[in-house]
Ligand binder design. Structure first.
Ligand code: GDP
Ligand code: IMO
Ligand code: MG
Length: 434
């Protein structure tokens, strides 16, 4: 019953897509179980670069079953565009892609609400969402009255449900900026058509995955976003609307935790964040710009420049524990080459007190002043190196220090976007736990 999870331990974009693609080789099923098209996962294969939003990063191995479960919120036109885009590049997308009939559907009113709400601020600062309708769709899921799941698209009641909800949403949205009344018939037609095209992929994925887990199939769970964006345990309210830490896997996938026996925490060798919210180690200076330039830190989904800063070991020690991480994958280590020295945040000072527990309240995090440990950098380019032993001594020492501070071993080191630009601490790093 080997189940492996790949979980981001920072604020997203830790290069989960690259790692999932590599791990797919040794799995039968790859599962996306939370989030939606706010995710942008990059997989580079040879000269081809693929950006995935809703489709699992296992899709490039045609022998693997890709599953999008009920914990995901999906926008039918977006997933169809993604399917078409991949198919036009020769990627197989037939029975190997399954979508849960329990997945909640994003409608135009969710996107309108996301736009309207994003202008309003929480804590004096905009949330800076991806504006994909993620939060409003999850809100309607929990609220139940105005929710529509993928399976509802195939029921006789679908048309009248859309008509009823459009009436309510038009009344609600009337007072917002740039309001354009929604038209129920148009929306119904559009979603009915998309639904027909998606129909071959739609099924009860909970039943499928429970059978697969009981049969001992090797399942790989692909987290979206990062643990610091978890709605319950992240930097609330500057989070996404799902449980993006390791805690979200069982509920989102519909697979009990007993089937999970390996959790890989993915970290960048530094920190980035897109959107609003506190970021204690942010470098709003030349260092931040150097990291952005070398790491090409511009959002995969929105192309927004990502905020960049030093590695925050207080935050990641917390998320590694929270997400039940067994081992670490340190990505984008090559981006740090050329820095004379590197800083690692090992504690915060809050109101004159030294703190090593990650604060639960955003106001405290805002006042946190990082306490840094400074370590030597290295100047060699490392992206052509293939073994951890080949790395400059300073790079190895940096990895060892991160590992010691987080309290987890490093199994993977990534030195470039391509598959072969990956180092393994053990010959069997890629093999799921037995
Ligand atoms: P994800 O959302 O966690 O899958 O990460 P993204 O795809 O949004 O962002 C990671 C970016 O870094 C992508 O552009 C990857 O192609 C790129 N990338 C992945 N690993 C490495 C690496 O080791 N070094 C460098 N320089 N880039 C990498
Ligand atoms: P991947 O899977 C980085 C951020 C947004 C915003 C906040 C809420 O590629 O790592 P939302 O649209 O979810 O309501 O926005 O969360 N965010 C991400 N940041 N990577 C992501 O996904 C993200 N998904 C959402 O920028 O700050
Ligand atoms: Mg991303």
């Amino acid at each position: 019953m080997p189940g492996t999870c790949v979980i981001g331990l920072q604020w997203g974009d830790e290069a989960k897509g690259k790692l999932v693609d590599l791990l797919t080789l040794n799995h039968d099923i790859v599962v996306r179980y939370q989030g939606g098209a706010n995710a942008g996962h990059t997989v580079v294969i040879g000269n081809e670069k693929y950006k995935l939003s809703l489709i699992p990063s296992g899709i490039f191995n045609p022998a693997v079953q890709c599953v999008v479960t009920g914990g995901v919120v999906l926008h039918p036109a977006s997933i169809l565009a993604e399917i078409d885009g991949l198919a036009s590049r020769g990627v197989k997308l037939g029975e190997n892609l399954m979508l849960s009939d329990r997945a909640h559907v994003i409608f135009p009113w969710h996107i309108a609400e996301d736009r309207a709400m994003n202008d309003t601020t929480a804590d004096g600062e905009a949330l800076g969402t991806t504006q994909r309708g993620i939060g409003p769709c999850y809100r309607d899921k929990v609220g139940r009255s105005y929710a529509i799941r993928l399976g509802d698209l195939y029921r006789d009641t679908f048309r009248s449900r859309v008509a009823h909800i459009v009436e309510v949403k038009n009344a609600m949205l009337k007072s917002t900026n740039a309001f354009e009344p929604l038209k129920a018939d148009e929306i119904y037609e559009q979603y009915r058509e998309c639904g027909e095209r998606l129909r071959p992929h739609v099924r009860d994925t909970t039943a499928y995955l429970l059978d697969a887990a009981e049969q001992g199939k090797r399942i790989l769970f692909e987290g979206a976003q990062g643990s610091l964006l978890d709605v319950d345990h992240g930097t609330f309210p500057f989070v996404t609307s799902s449980n993006s830490s390791g805690l979200g896997v069982p509920a989102g996938a519909g697979v009990p935790g007993r089937y999970i026996n390996r959790t890989i925490g993915v970290i960048k060798a530094y920190s980035t964040r897109v959107g609003g919210g506190p970021f204690p180690t942010e470098q709003n200076n030349d260092t931040g710009q150097q990291l952005r330039d070398r790491g090409n830190e511009y959002g995969t989904v929105t192309r927004r420049p990502r905020r960049c800063g030093w590695f925050d070991a207080v935050a990641v020690r917390y998320t590694a524990r929270l997400s039940g991480v067994d081992e670490l994958a340190v990505m984008l280590l090559d981006v740090l080459s050329t820095q004379n020295e590197l800083k690692i945040c090992t504690a915060y000072e809050i109101d004159g007190r030294r703190v090593t527990d990650f604060p639960s309240h955003v106001d405290d995090l805002r006042r946190a002043v990082p306490i840094y440990e400074t370590v030597p950098g290295w100047h060699e380019e490392i992206s052509d190196m293939r073994q951890i032993d080949e790395l400059p001594a300073a790079a190895r020492a940096y990895l060892d220090r991160l590992s010691a501070l987080i309290g987890r071993p490093v199994s993977f080191v990534s030195v470039g976007p391509e598959r072969q630009q990956t180092m393994f601490s053990r010959p069997d790093s890629l093999v799921g736990a037995a």
